[in-house]
Ligand binder design. Sequence first.
Ligand SMILES: N[C@@H](CCC(=O)N[C@@H](CS)C(=O)NCC(=O)O)C(=O)O
Length: 203
Amino acid sequence: MKLYITPGSPYARMARIVVLEKGLERRVEVIAAQTRVADSPYYRINPSGRVPYLICDDGVGLEESAVICDYLDSLDGKPVCGLPGGGRDWEARRFEALARSLLDGVAVWGRELVRPENERSATVIQHEARRSERLADVWEKEIDDPLLRGALNRIQLTLACALGLEARIPDFRWRTGRPRLTAWFERLGARASFAATAPPRAV
Ligand SMILES: N[C@@H](CCC(=O)N[C@@H](CS)C(=O)NCC(=O)O)C(=O)O
């Protein structure tokens, strides 16, 4: 299989973490794609131009981090890092949506910063920065829930990959005043699969 990524993409990082968690390094070749440039050869592989993108053994291509994570996680018939059930299915989905909300917002913020300076929108940046503050406050309150503390799952993956964007966005200072979220992130970040996929720091 081939997994197309970019080193700084939090969505691709989710899939890369599952590859490592499930010991799929030999089955999945991780390939850096050239995104967001005109006429990238990658567009012939994945017309949407987004990462992550997984080409399965049968040649079928999959989009969307959650779909790819679930697919990789299910290959051995023993999924371990998807959405937990256990009678709290709706709570798990609520948390996943909340983590996605932070991830999608901070990703928009990061995207503004890679645009040429004269094309950046201060309004968008401020809007996303404030959204991230509000959502980080929510997470500081929710972080002790068993769904966040128990075995690795997609809620944790999504939230940690969102918070990890602090490496790319110097002003995303979610740690300040949020000791519980910080401790949670530090603990998860020390896991080998997270450490090995940490996004490169913005210069
Ligand atoms: N909903 C998608 C989002 C993927 C996404 O937006 N990836 C970004 C990188 S962080 C990308 O590939 N951008 C390139 C582009 O927009 O052309 C997922 O969860 O996989």
